[in-house]
Design a protein around this ligand. Structure first.
Ligand SMILES: C[S@@+](CC[C@H](N)C(=O)[O-])C[C@H]1O[C@@H](n2cnc3c(N)ncnc32)[C@H](O)[C@@H]1O
Length: 438
């Protein structure tokens, strides 16, 4: 971002708007926790109670909300809730408390920095996938969520930030992922009348959640075209000047909701309360005539809830691993460990002497795994064919090792090429190499 006077390109306004929003909120994520007083007063002005704010990490609230959807969503124990544009996780954490351990709270956000911040905040709260998951995803694209899997979708001051094609897409996707009978409960900025062109085209205004706001009629068209029924708009009658004024941080025109009057290209004397309001928006996905089976899982890929692997651990062939496991010098002296990361498909044989650490929970187990294996020189991971879970778990372990001082450990991660499938194809009948799980 070069400053307040950066305008979306007319050649590709959608792309530039999305990019600008992503850069703006990524920058904001990096300053989370630096202006707690201002963030607290904005959040309270938009409906959060002091008790709610005390129950979550301070860095989860950056004063970016324009309502409090969990206060009105009538969430029940066991429900699965999706938050679109989850930021630092403020609403996801409040959802988690309401739906309890049998429910699920998933936050999607397009900014890698926001996702990383939200995951750190979740760790502070002792919350982990699958109960609480944060996944990086663009709301203008297909959501990484199973169809018919979610009870309630919330969102807080996000939809206005999407370009028109993104607004249309996100409601179509919301409809797809909700179970029949599921609901959306949103807080968003809605224009009270069509905004002037010089506001609509202003990037500082856009990233500050005003210039992308559409009228109630336009908003209803997006929601209705996606198939939603019983659409209700409630003007919260909040004072938007709380949101767009009094920013004390220097040079923040383009770093999130800010004092627009200091942006040189923003129309002078613009009264946000005259042109727009913060609204609660409710809608239902109808039940339909045919019963639809709800999906048993929510995330399309469970590993989306964890960081992307950076390292590329070396693959070892089955013959290379056999030489290691049969080497008497490596036995029982912390030099070698073979790790089976399968879970449901563990039956049918495993490498004799291997330890089981299921990949689905491995990332959260890393501190304990490291404590156990930090002096194990070669740690060899495998799954069924070692195409997915094996390399992924090895990569997470290697990344964990790489993030530590080299003199803090003596360990290195490897992958057994071909997994247990290849191992069995070669060594069935070799009882010292295979345990048949009888
Ligand atoms: C105004 S902030 C609100 C954050 C959070 N809901 C809260 O109340 O604190 C908007 C959030 O939406 C995310 N966002 C904006 N446009 C997005 C898009 N196209 N795809 C995914 N996330 C997006 C931003 O990264 C940011 O975290």
């Amino acid at each position: 971002m070069s400053g307040c006077n950066t305008k979306p390109s007319t050649a590709s306004p959608d792309f530039d708007a999305v990019k600008a929003v992503n850069e703006t909120y990524s920058a904001r994520a990096l300053t989370a926790g630096q202006d707690t007083e201002r963030s607290t007063s904005i959040a309270q002005a938009f409906g959060y109670s002091p008790e709610e704010l005390k129950a979550i990490p301070a860095e989860a609230n950056m004063g970016l909300s324009c309502g409090n959807p969990t206060a009105v969503a009538k969430l029940k124990e066991g429900e699965r809730v999706l938050d679109l544009g989850s930021g630092g996780g403020i609403d996801v954490f409040l959802v988690a408390a309401k739906v309890g351990p049998t429910g699920q709270a998933i936050g999607l956000d397009g900014s890698a920095d926001m996702i990383s911040l939200a995951r750190k905040n979740a760790a502070k709260q002792g919350l982990q996938p699958p109960h609480v998951a944060f996944v990086q995803a663009s709301l203008e694209k297909d959501l990484p969520i199973e169809s018919n899997s979610i009870d309630c979708i919330i969102s807080n001051c996000v939809i206005n930030l999407l370009p028109p094609s993104g607004k249309a897409n996100v409601f179509k996707e919301a409809y797809r992922v909700l179970k029949p009978g599921g609901r959306i409960v949103l807080d968003d900025i809605v224009a009270k009348k069509p905004l002037p062109d010089n506001v609509k085209s202003n990037l500082a205004g856009y990233v500050s959640c005003i210039s992308g706001a559409v009228t109630e009629d336009e908003y209803r068209a997006f929601v209705g075209d996606a198939g939603f029924k019983d659409v209700l708009f409630v003007d919260r009658k909040g004072d938007l000047s709380v949101y767009w004024q009094g920013d004390t941080a220097p040079n923040t025109c383009c770093s999130g909701p800010t004092d627009l009057s200091v942006c040189p290209d923003f129309p002078e004397n613009f009264d946000a309360n005259e042109w727009a309001g913060s609204y609660q928006i409710y809608a239902l996905k109808p039940l339909g005539n045919e019963p639809v089976e709800a999906s048993p899982t929510t995330l399309l890929r469970w590993w989306d809830a964890y960081p992307t692997v950076k390292s590329s651990p070396q693959f070892l062939t089955a013959d290379e691993v056999v030489d290691l496991v049969r080497n008497p010098e490596l036995k029982g002296n912390d030099k070698l460990a073979v790790i089976d990361v399968r879970r449901n498909d563990h039956g049918g044989g495993h490498v004799r002497g291997s330890e089981q650490w299921p990949a689905q929970t491995f990332y959260d187990d890393l501190p304990a795994f490291f404590e156990k294996h930090k002096n194990t020189e070669q740690v060899i991971f495998y799954c069924q064919s070692s195409n997915g879970r094996g390399p992924r778990s090895a990569g997470w372990y290697q990344d964990y090792l790489d993030s530590r001082a080299p003199d803090n450990h003596a360990s290195k991660a490897y992958v057994l090429q071909g997994g247990i499938k290849g191992w069995k194809a070669k060594f069935t009948g070799h009882d010292d190499l295979l345990d048949y799980d009888k």
